[in-house]
Design a protein around this ligand. Structure first.
Ligand SMILES: [Zn+2]
Length: 180
């Protein structure tokens, strides 16, 4: 009889660490790329969430604006009271920046200030910037278009409710878009 040499085979029973996929294939990766039906989704006009600034050279502004608009918007000029287009405008609509077209004021917030300049008690939110202005030797708050930086006028705290503010704006800085 032959003694079978018994090599001690340690049978490392490879415990089937079953990397078996659980019942049902795990191919869940059906990447539903969202090229879904976007029919008729008209591109929204860039909302007021974020204003993208417009920068132009003074030469470009000069070409685009009338001399009076340029003097007011780019040189912080002030039109003479009761001479502008809009101080006595009572139509319904939106007042836009005469330089870049951004909505600035709603006619619903316009009021009769008696100053000879179009006056509003608030702005279209986020579309107007306010900076302190020490010219003429007094502290005033200058109002500028948030998109192109054009000078619009000043804001004072002697306006009517509900805000108590008076945005005193040059007609030359505005372009009125009436509602039909
Ligand atoms: Zn503007």
């Amino acid at each position: 009889m032959r003694w079978a040499l018994r090599s001690a085979w340690v049978l490392l029973a490879v415990v089937g660490l079953a990397s078996q996929s659980p019942t049902g294939s795990a191919f869940a990766a059906s990447t539903a790329s969202a090229s879904a039906a976007k029919k008729g989704t008209a591109a929204k006009p860039a909302a007021s969430d974020k204003i993208v600034k417009i920068t132009k050279t003074e030469e470009q502004w000069k070409k685009q604006l009338t001399p009076e608009q340029y003097r007011v918007l780019r040189e912080s000029g002030t039109e003479r009271a009761f001479t502008g287009k809009y101080w006595d405008n009572h139509a319904t609509g939106i007042y836009r920046c005469a330089a870049c077209g951004l909505d600035l004021f709603d006619s619903k917030t316009k009021f009769e200030s008696g100053t000879g300049w179009p006056s509003f008690w608030t702005t279209i939110p986020g579309h107007v910037e306010e900076h302190s202005d020490m010219s003429l030797g007094m502290l005033r708050v200058e109002v500028l278009c948030a998109r192109c930086g054009g000078h619009l006028g000043h804001v004072f705290d002697d306006g009517p409710q509900p805000t108590g503010m008076r945005y005193c704006i040059n007609s030359a800085s505005l372009s009125f878009d009436g509602k039909k």
